[in-house]
Design a protein around this ligand. Structure first.
Ligand code: PHE
Length: 459
């Protein structure tokens, strides 16, 4: 069904696809939100819940999106529209998500780049001053923009080199490097005095922390972390060859993502535990403070190796952020190219202009526009972009997608697509998941997130 007048990109093979999807999935979400959630919700209790959710719900949705992309050979808007004009709005909503996330993701990518550079030029102590450095940097009217632009430039260069020449090669270097660095840092933190107690806090389940909030937080984290409900996996599926197995691919993508989240927790929770004295204290460090304020202090405490450990840590986070931002940008290019039926070059130029302009506006929320507090006192434009995309739009898109596949085009349409390349035994269970279980879970997340935001209960 693809339009042959505008040649589409394609993966060089199944492994390139798995690596790219994993590279999209593994990102800032794994690095800073997962460890904090695990610390908050009883360590092992959260780990077990998360694992179960990813390998039931998560891989089911990954399979749905990649199969839809491969079947139609189109990115989100076209993929839904292929079944009737009246459904293109689902694709439009899904496509809106990366348009919101990409600009602000690049801002945070800029923070990570700034810290990585800080360890190179020996600002180890300056960055560990308890928050002053961080606040000064993000509110700066010049520096924060420069680092955002540096991060964006790296992303644009790689996407500009194309799917095979840029994205695949970058993933092939950055993903293995990221994992090696994560293992090194995890081992190093675990041999610090007192760290094993922190590791026990992270690994052993405290079932008293099991709660509906835990499940809802785990579900929300899973969506974001697997890059679901925003058209990315539809686009990536559309670049895939009909003979490559989808089922084994999605299980590997899920495994990759969970594995890196687990490692991130193993690096961060014990280290922060030592610095702060208890797991409960770590659990209070929501948002950027764990990564940009607490960890630099932990590194400084390591003495002579502080600069090296800090550098390796932020470099690995930078790689994770870059590979995700690349997938977001590639998705935007694909949406614009399909939408305007134009050449890739033109679509890319439009995307660059959009990301730069919107990124600058959101970044201004920390400095010249800081009087705008969309979610109440102290909140920023970035918080709003994050809340609106993750907690509102993504659940809505996921719900509509499940209804669309479960009740309109019917699961069988995609089951047949999956079966072109490999047997699919749990097809019955998958249908039940898409028709009944997933929609109910997604409605729960949506209601809970919005209610929590407006203060009806706390999460
Ligand atoms: N999954 C990425 C992460 O965990 C974030 C992301 C969201 C990437 C959306 C691409 C698209 O950080």
């Amino acid at each position: 069904m693809a339009d042959s007048s505008t040649p589409r990109a394609a993966w060089s093979g199944k492994w390139a696809f798995i690596l790219a999807a994993a590279a999209s999935a593994v990102g800032l979400g794994n690095m800073w939100r997962f460890p904090y959630l695990a610390a908050k919700y009883g360590g092992g209790t959260f780990l077990i819940t998360y694992l179960l959710l990813v390998f039931t719900f998560g891989v089911s949705l990954l399979l749905l999106e990649t199969a839809l992309g491969r079947k139609t050979g189109l990115s989100a808007i076209g993929a839904f529209k292929a079944f009737g004009k009246q459904y293109s709005f689902i694709g439009i909503l899904a496509s809106a998500v990366p348009f919101i996330i990409t600009p602000y993701y690049c801002i945070i990518g800029g923070w990570v780049a700034r810290y990585t550079a800080g360890y190179v030029v020996a600002e180890v102590d300056a960055m560990a001053d308890g928050g002053g450095f961080f606040t000064g940097f993000i509110t700066s009217p010049v520096d924060s923009y420069i680092w955002m632009a540096i991060f964006m430039a790296l992303v644009f260069i790689i996407v500009g080199l194309g799917v095979k020449g840029g994205i695949e090669k970058a993933n092939l270097v950055m993903m293995p490097a990221l994992i090696v660095m994560a293992v090194i840092i995890a081992i190093y933190t675990l041999i610090q005095p007192g760290a094993l107690e922190g590791a026990a806090y992270y690994l052993l389940p405290d079932f008293s922390k099991f709660s509906p909030e835990l499940v809802i937080s785990a579900l929300g984290q899973m969506f974001y972390s697997l890059s679901l409900a925003m058209g990315i996996m539809i686009t990536y599926g559309s670049y895939l060859n009909k003979k490559d197995s989808l089922t084994s691919s999605v299980v590997r993508i899920g495994g990759f993502d969970v594995g890196v989240s687990f490692l991130a927790g193993l690096m961060i929770v014990p280290a922060a535990f030592v610095a702060m004295g208890s797991g409960e204290a770590v659990a209070t460090q929501a948002g950027p403070s764990l990564m940009f304020i607490t960890l630099p202090s932990v590194f400084t405490g390591m003495g002579s190796v502080a600069a090296i450990i800090g550098f390796v840590f932020f470099l690995l986070v930078l790689f994770a952020a870059l590979t995700s931002a690349i997938s977001l940008t590639e998705t935007l290019v694909s949406i614009v190219q399909d939408g305007l039926k134009c050449a890739r070059k033109k679509a890319f130029a439009i995307v660059i202009a959009f990301v730069l302009i919107v990124g600058s506006i959101i970044n201004a929320g920390y400095n010249i526009l800081d009087f705008i507090e969309p979610l109440g006192a102290g909140s920023s434009l970035l918080d709003f972009a994050d809340f609106f995309s993750n907690s509102v739009l993504m659940p809505i898109v996921a719900l509509l997608t499940c209804i669309f596949v479960g009740w309109i085009i019917k699961p069988k349409t995609l089951i047949d697509e999956v079966r072109i390349s490999a047997p699919f035994k749990p097809a019955g269970a998958w249908s039940v998941m898409i028709k009944y279980v997933a929609p109910v879970l997604v409605i729960i997340i949506l209601v809970a997130y919005v209610a929590a935001q407006f203060g009806f209960f706390s999460m």
